[in-house]
Ligand binder design. Structure first.
Ligand SMILES: [Zn+2]
Length: 500
């Protein structure tokens, strides 16, 4: 038996203004094609390791096609077709393949296509033959569409945890179920219940209650009913489509009333919608709250995560909302890791360690994330080539390349500047690579919604989320949605919903 595998993940931020080219798509992650994908075989923080292992256990041959995962603006057709084309070429070179097992994010958008997952599966079927079974492993932030369920006839499986520490398990189950279907051992059926809620990403941390209750409840229900899989998909609120919302997807065996199960769980989610409400702090409010937390008894640093300029949600990573506040407060024991600015990084390299840098920092990618901030005679404290290996559980073993890092002293504060936007800050890598031990600071600022929590939740004294102006900000009323289906909570707080 032979199964073609791959990962073509795109999370679309509809409010981003830069072009969604192929290069932009994989800017925050590496792209691997063909045999290069084997590199991910043992990387349990990556999507495909679970597929490799499940296939090996069953003695099934796998042929990898592509690994490409990134949040970005809506893609150009050229970018999408380049990614899909690589998969279809692999399929055509392997006409004897029995099945297709793919990581498809579930919130991808391209020019004229609101649902790139269905488009990708249809193109794959054209190349492989109409009846080839497909199983897909999706991101928790998938905006699920009914067409996806129809194409993925061997099941739609989803991550349950945010931070996404269960990519491996999700991909493993997708592969196992596909193999079971090909052997005639299981006949999976999938149903879903869309629930009209926009869930703020920064409030959806499943490491803690209240949101921990959501995957816990789904897991208990799955076990109790003898289903194959149940996922509560949060949806991705910054992708503007008619299917942008959360949902419950149930994979069961033929004969089980999976639709009734999905509806019952959809009702449960709706009844718990107030658990998804969050408090929103602007830059000054976040700073004050962080100082309040830092003054409490106990050791350790307080993290301010600037969720509204999250490169992992398709934002540029050079927004200046928190940067401006940090420099205005000018307090000792504070550090920002990191902000992307190639120009300032190069100036720091030219000045050398101990040299001085002046110019405009950040705010250069677009007009949505604050104006550039003038800096004068910032002292270069450290320089690094910016290459490291992640330690955080959701990226463990993977290489990160900031294309250079400079740690600058600006007044009393320290700011780490990167040569590229190498995704959100997941762990202490940008700090450590520039010789900064975060345990020596009082307030640590970084750009991320929730993934950073996989590493920081147990280490930080407290965490405060900043909602500065940006394309992953969470006061949804500020965004001009064109396609979003209304009514939807919390934009329409008094609406009623019943999945029956
Ligand atoms: Zn996600």
């Amino acid at each position: 038996m032979k199964i073609i595998i791959g990962c073509l993940n795109h999370e679309a931020n509809s409010f981003a203004t830069d072009p969604g080219t192929f290069e932009r798509w994989h800017r925050t992650n590496f792209v691997a094609i063909g045999d290069e994908v084997w590199e991910y075989k043992d990387k349990k923080g990556a999507h495909l390791a679970g597929m490799f292992d499940a296939a090996a256990e069953e003695g099934v041959e796998v042929v990898p096609s592509i690994f490409l995962a990134g949040a970005a603006p809506e893609l150009t057709r050229e970018a999408l077709d380049r990614g899909v084309g690589i998969i279809c070429d692999t399929i055509r070179r392997n006409p004897d393949a029995d099945g297709l097992c793919f990581c498809l994010h579930g919130a991808g958008i391209a020019e004229g296509i609101d649902d790139i997952e269905t488009y990708t599966m249809q193109r794959m079927r054209e190349a492989a033959g109409k009846n080839i079974p497909i199983a897909i492993s999706c991101d928790l932030h998938a905006n699920i569409k009914p067409e996806m369920l129809r194409e993925a006839d061997a099941g739609v499986f989803g991550m349950k945890q945010y931070p996404h520490i269960d990519k491996y398990e999700t991909a493993y189950l997708a592969m196992k179920t596909l193999i079971g279907k090909l052997r005639g051992e299981v006949d999976p059926v999938t149903a879903y219940c869309p629930v009209p809620i926009l869930i703020p990403c920064s409030g959806a941390n499943t490491l803690k209650y209240p949101m921990k209750a959501f995957p816990d409840h789904m897991a208990e229900y799955c076990k109790e009913k003898g289903l194959i899989d149940v996922t509560f998909f949060n949806g991705f609120p910054h992708g503007d489509t008619p299917n942008t919302r959360c949902s419950v997807v149930v994979v069961g065996r033929r004969g089980q009333d999976v639709q009734a199960c999905a509806n019952e769980l959809g009702k449960w989610v709706w009844e718990h919608r107030h658990e998804t409400d969050i408090e929103l702090y602007d830059a000054a409010g976040a700073w004050d709250k962080a100082c309040e937390e830092a003054a409490k008894p106990g050791d350790g640093y307080v993290v301010i995560n600037e969720a509204s300029d999250n490169p992992g949600s398709g934002c540029p990573g050079d927004g200046t909302g928190m940067l401006r506040e940090l420099l205005r407060r000018n307090e000792k024991g504070t550090i920002f890791g990191y902000i992307y600015d190639k120009e300032i990084f190069e100036k720091a390299c030219a000045a050398g360690i101990g040299g001085k840098v002046s110019g405009l920092l950040g705010g250069k990618s677009d007009h949505c994330h604050g104006e550039p901030v003038p800096i004068e005679n910032a002292v270069v404290r450290a320089l690094s080539d910016g290459r490291g290996i992640y330690l955080t559980p959701n990226k463990v073993g993977q290489v990160v390349d900031y294309k250079g890092l400079a740690r600058l002293q600006i007044g009393n504060a320290e700011v780490i500047v990167a040569g590229t936007c190498a995704n959100q800050t997941y762990d202490d890598r940008p700090f450590l690579l520039t010789g900064a031990d975060i345990n020596q600071y009082r307030i640590v600022i970084l750009k991320s919604c929730t993934h950073f929590r996989a590493w920081f939740e147990s280490r930080a004294k407290a965490i405060v989320t900043a909602n500065t102006p940006g394309n992953s900000a969470e006061n949804f009323a500020l965004f001009h949605y064109k396609k979003l289906r209304r009514p939807i909570y919390p934009l329409d707080p008094d609406m009623e919903f019943n999945p029956e």
